[in-house]
Ligand binder design. Structure first.
Ligand SMILES: Cc1cc2nc3c(=O)[nH]c(=O)nc-3n(C[C@H](O)[C@H](O)[C@H](O)COP(=O)(O)OP(=O)(O)OC[C@H]3O[C@@H](n4cnc5c(N)ncnc54)[C@H](O)[C@@H]3O)c2cc1C
Length: 503
């Protein structure tokens, strides 16, 4: 029988930021690889759900019965190899992004380095980020986590181990084979499929003929093995970072500004690193919470006459380059109908932090609202999209979203990574009828977005809540073949049940 304290610890680990609540019989907090192996070896034939920092938005780490393994105590830096062109760092999976950043800031020799992927939630763990192939505002310039994973150590559900190094093991066409640390050969076939041609995609397994097999485990949402350590690529950090929140009078103006700024990034003299969007619905939510003193307490009040905003960040070693880039932004902002004098600019680290608070406050406000609504309608979870489309379909996807929101009469908050045509559309349902209409609307959008050449998940993964959307992207046969890949590594389908393949 479990003690009361054990039960209450378990209960506090049954949710992630999607606000879905799961069930589990027991939770383990391994401190090293051997502890993880022991959980599998002592509990054969038992479903196991893995957890990082539980900031996920798709219930990927929310258990549906069985055991829970939370990796938060495996949070050490194992090795740091700085070099002139960046070098690498090896970490355990439970280390938080913010801890990794602090470590790199405290070790600026031989030169300051950084880990480029930057999900807005810096309390995410590296294990979770790798499992979701996370990305963030800076992915506009640097790509997602996948591009920075050099090696992985994994434990399979039978307790055996895999060590994978980028560049060392490729599929032969669509055939794959691994040799485990225990000497076992695991082989199988990858499904024949074509992934959407968008810059960010993390829905289902990453599959390409002749692919580097390490990529199969990145974005696999913990369904193929437990990541117990990762060697990550670092880049030299630029000396200067400037940013701005540009307020605009209409959404059309913002879309036109985004396209203009994005087109300039082919030129290295325009070092744009992040290009983000905040719709009128989001600004209203922020204004409301700012007035209540819940967010942005130390910021200027958000202007009443601003309809929407575009957020930009630039980095360079050369101040003159940033001055030129800012002049260009001011010129293009005026041309798009905005007023540079009424924008917020940041040209030092503390001001940049304030701008980032603004960016972080948007999802926080949505999450707080959902928490409030859940008090009276407990079954409600967060309803947010994570879809992206090719550059040429930016306006089309905005029309699709705005029409759906208006016709459905939803309260909404649209914001996010517009540089990659990837905004999060959050619907805020107030009752179960609205909640289920919202889910239906997401399915309609997913179909339209796949038709546009887009993806149903650009950075959060599909977890449990969006697993159904994969059916709009891939055929049943392709999904069956994807499942067979899992069966090669996890024959009893015990690990992270419900993720990617649903129930
Ligand atoms: C306010 C807010 C803003 C966000 N902004 C962004 C954003 O900009 N970009 C973005 O990409 N995401 C964003 N997210 C989502 C979330 O932060 C990311 O998905 C993050 O990568 C999850 O990391 P985690 O450690 O919390 O993982 P968890 O939520 O604990 O788990 C996520 C998945 O990873 C699996 N997993 C965890 N650890 C391991 C391991 N060691 N081995 C194998 N599988 C494992 C879990 O089983 C689960 O399937 C945001 C979330 C919030 C709340």
């Amino acid at each position: 029988m479990k003690s009361t304290s054990e039960t209450s610890i378990l209960e506090s680990y049954l949710q992630d930021e999607s606000r879905k609540t799961g069930t589990s019989t027991r939770i383990f907090f391994p401190e090293n690889e051997s502890d993880v192996c022991a959980v599998f070896r002592k509990n054969p034939h038992t479903p196991v759900t893995l957890q990082g920092a539980r900031t996920g938005l798709t219930a990927g780490c929310v258990p549906e019965g069985g055991l829970t393994v939370n990796l938060e105590r495996m949070n050490q830096i194992l090795d740091f190899q700085p070099s002139e062109n960046g070098g690498s760092i090896t970490v355990q999976p439970g280390i938080l992004l913010q801890t990794l950043r602090q470590y790199l800031q405290r070790h600026p020799h031989p030169l300051p380095l950084f880990f480029p992927p930057d999900p807005t939630e810096s309390t995410a763990s590296l294990g979770g980020m790798i499992s979701c192939n996370s990305s963030g505002a800076r992915s506009f310039r640097y790509g997602a986590v996948r591009d920075y994973v050099l090696a992985l150590d994994l434990i399979l559900p039978d307790g055996d181990k895999l060590h994978l190094v980028r560049g060392k093991k490729h599929a032969s066409g669509l055939q794959f084979q691994f040799k485990t640390r225990g000497g076992r050969l695991i082989s199988g076939a990858l499904p024949a499929l074509s992934m959407p041609k968008v810059k960010k995609h993390t829905a289902g397994y990453f599959i390409k003929p002749n692919m580097d097999l390490i990529d199969l485990f990145i974005g696999a949402e913990g369904t193929l093995g437990v990541i117990t350590s990762a060697r990550l690529r670092l880049l030299p950090r630029k000396k200067l970072r400037w940013g701005a929140v540009l307020f605009l009078p209409k959404e059309d103006c913002a879309l036109s500004l985004v396209k203009t700024l994005r087109n300039k990034t082919d030129d290295s003299a325009f070092p744009l690193e992040a290009l983000e969007f905040f719709g009128s619905d989001t600004l209203n939510l922020l204004r409301h919470d700012q007035r209540r003193g819940l967010v942005l307490r130390e910021s200027e009040l958000i202007r009443e006459d601003a309809d929407c905003a575009v957020y930009v960040e630039f980095t360079a070693d050369d101040r003159a380059l940033l001055m030129d880039a800012f002049s260009t932004v001011c010129r293009e902002l005026s041309a798009a109908g905005g007023d540079p004098a009424r924008s917020w600019a940041a040209i030092n680290a503390s001001h940049i932090e304030k701008l980032r608070e603004f960016r972080h406050a948007a999802p926080e406000c949505v999450n707080r609202k959902i928490r409030e609504i859940k008090k009276s309608v407990p079954q409600i979870t967060k309803l947010g999209t994570d879809m992206s489309v090719p550059d040429s379909r930016l306006e089309d996807v905005f029309s699709l979203y705005r029409e759906g929101i208006q016709v459905g009469g939803f309260e909404s908050a649209v914001f996010g990574h517009i540089g990659n045509n990837h905004v999060h559309v959050n619907l805020i349902p107030h009752d179960m009828a609205q909640y289920s209409r919202g889910k239906t609307l997401f399915e309609t959008w997913a179909k339209a977005i796949v038709q546009m050449g887009g993806t149903v998940s650009a950075e959060h993964g599909v977890g449990k809540l969006k697993a159904g959307l994969l059916k709009t992207l891939y055929s049943e046969e392709q999904l069956r073949a994807m499942k067979q890949v899992k069966q090669c590594l996890d024959p009893e389908m015990l690990l992270n049940q419900g993720n990617i393949f649903g129930k």
